[in-house]
Design a protein around this ligand. Structure first.
Ligand code: ZN
Length: 165
C-alpha cells in the first residue's frame, strides 16, 4: 500500500518532469533542469493531464495522452481577425506567438494569439496555438508534498521565500 502522503491528490504540491510532444512527435515543451511545481486540483495545468496524474505516486513515470477537449480546446473555424495596430499598447511585444487578452462585450477577458504583424494590421487568432492537438505527455512525478494554508487559499504554488499579497 502506497504511503498516502506521497500520493497525488487535491491540495498537494506536485513536482513533475514532463515532455510534451504533438501528434507528429514534435517536442513542444518540456520541463527544464528543475521540475515544474503546481498545485493539484486548482486547474494550474491542462485538465486532462491533471486528471491523469491524480492518484499517482512519487516516483511514478507514465505517458498521458490528452485529447483536445481536455487540453487546449478544439480548433474554432473563422477565429482569425485583423486588428489595427493602434488597438494594442505602444509597448506591446507584437510578434507571432505573443498572447494578449481582449476585453469582451460582457467584460470578461478573451485570450488571443498573434499570427502575423505588418505596419498597420495585426492578424490574431482566438485559438490557442495547440488547440485541436492531441497532447502526449511523458511524465515523472518527482515529489509530492502538502500545500501550505496560504498556497491553498491562493490556488497556486509559492516558491521559496515567495511572499506576495
Ligand atoms: Zn500566492
Amino acid at each position: 500500500m502506497a504511503n498516502e502522503s506521497n500520493q497525488v491528490a487535491a491540495d498537494k504540491v506536485v513536482s513533475i518532469h514532463y515532455r510534451l510532444t504533438s501528434d507528429e512527435g514534435k517536442v513542444i515543451d518540456r520541463s527544464g533542469d528543475e521540475p515544474l511545481d503546481y498545485l493539484h486540483g486548482h486547474e494550474n495545468i491542462v485538465p486532462g493531464l491533471e486528471r491523469q496524474i491524480h492518484g499517482k505516486n512519487e516516483g511514478d513515470k507514465f505517458e498521458a495522452v490528452v485529447p483536445p477537449e481536455e487540453g487546449y480546446g478544439k480548433r474554432v473555424e473563422d477565429a482569425q481577425k485583423e486588428l489595427p495596430r493602434e488597438a494594442f499598447p505602444d509597448d506591446a511585444p507584437l510578434e507571432p506567438g505573443a498572447q494578449f487578452a481582449a476585453q469582451g462585450p460582457d467584460g470578461n477577458l478573451i485570450p488571443l494569439w498573434v499570427l502575423k504583424v505588418d505596419d498597420e494590421q495585426v492578424l490574431v487568432d482566438l485559438n490557442h496555438p495547440l488547440a485541436g492537438e492531441t497532447l502526449k505527455f511523458e511524465v515523472e512525478v518527482v515529489s509530492v508534498r502538502e500545500a501550505t494554508a496560504e498556497e491553498k487559499e491562493h490556488g497556486h504554488v509559492h516558491g521559496e521565500g515567495d511572499a506576495h499579497a
